[in-house]
Design a binder for this molecule. Sequence first.
Ligand code: HBI
Ligand code: FE
Length: 286
Amino acid sequence: MSADGFTGSPPPGANADWTIDQNWAAYSADEHRVWDVLYERQAALLPGYACDEFLRGMQALNLHRGGIPDFKVMNEELMRLTGWSVVAVPGLVPDDVFFDHLANRRFPAGQFIRKPQELDYLREPDIFHDVFGHVPMLTDPTFADYMQAYGEGGRRALGLGRLQNLARLYWYTVEFGLIETPKGLRIYGAGIVSSRAESIFALEDPSPNRLGFDLERVMRTPYRIDDFQQVYFVIPSLQVLLDATLQDFAPIYARLCAAHDIRIEAMLPCDKVFTAGTQEYARKAS
Ligand code: HBI
Ligand code: FE
């Protein structure tokens, strides 16, 4: 436990809460170009794939301006819209540090950007995944409230030893969530929307299951970190997601103690099934 109560001690040069200076002026032309290549690809694809809240957020933050965004400039607009700000961190931070930032409306974003040869594969969230993937949704007031409620829930979950359940909730909503709209299913999850291949796979491929979101069901469902998801959960609205996270989790945790995990490719009689997947992709990839 370090002096300020966090578990891991920050790397040299980082503050106690693991934040660092973005040092925007130090990005090279090549690094700005990697951002532009990734941005152009996704901006061309996402109308018709990403939800309206995401597309509006992209516009509001002027992400089309080109180059890696300067957090000082981006945060003026983001703070005005929902009171959130983006803080630079060297990479993944300990869970308690992560939750503390979210609970205080600060989104920790990796300061580095992937190499040109890593365009499609990502070891660890870089600034494109974190800023392009996560930040546009933070301009939506309901989702902004959800992310803060998630951070507060995460702090409690750590105290109760229920981190795995909360991590699953994050994974199947913030990272890989789909939402129902009058025009069909759309993407709001950062892990999908920042990846061209998974944006197409998540909405169009017959392989994965697409099931109605249920908080307890999600908390019992393991996830893949190494490949496309075998199941995507669909929320009817962002408000439903926020309401689900504002409830008291204690009775849910009590039930989860006695419940076993659900196989990742399973569909249960109580599931609302949008797509009964073939699991073809997972079978071939395994
Ligand atoms: N740290 N910087 C950063 N970004 C994340 O998305 C992140 C993290 N630490 C922990 C974490 N995510 C996951 O454990 C969450 O599911 C809690
Ligand atoms: Fe992420």
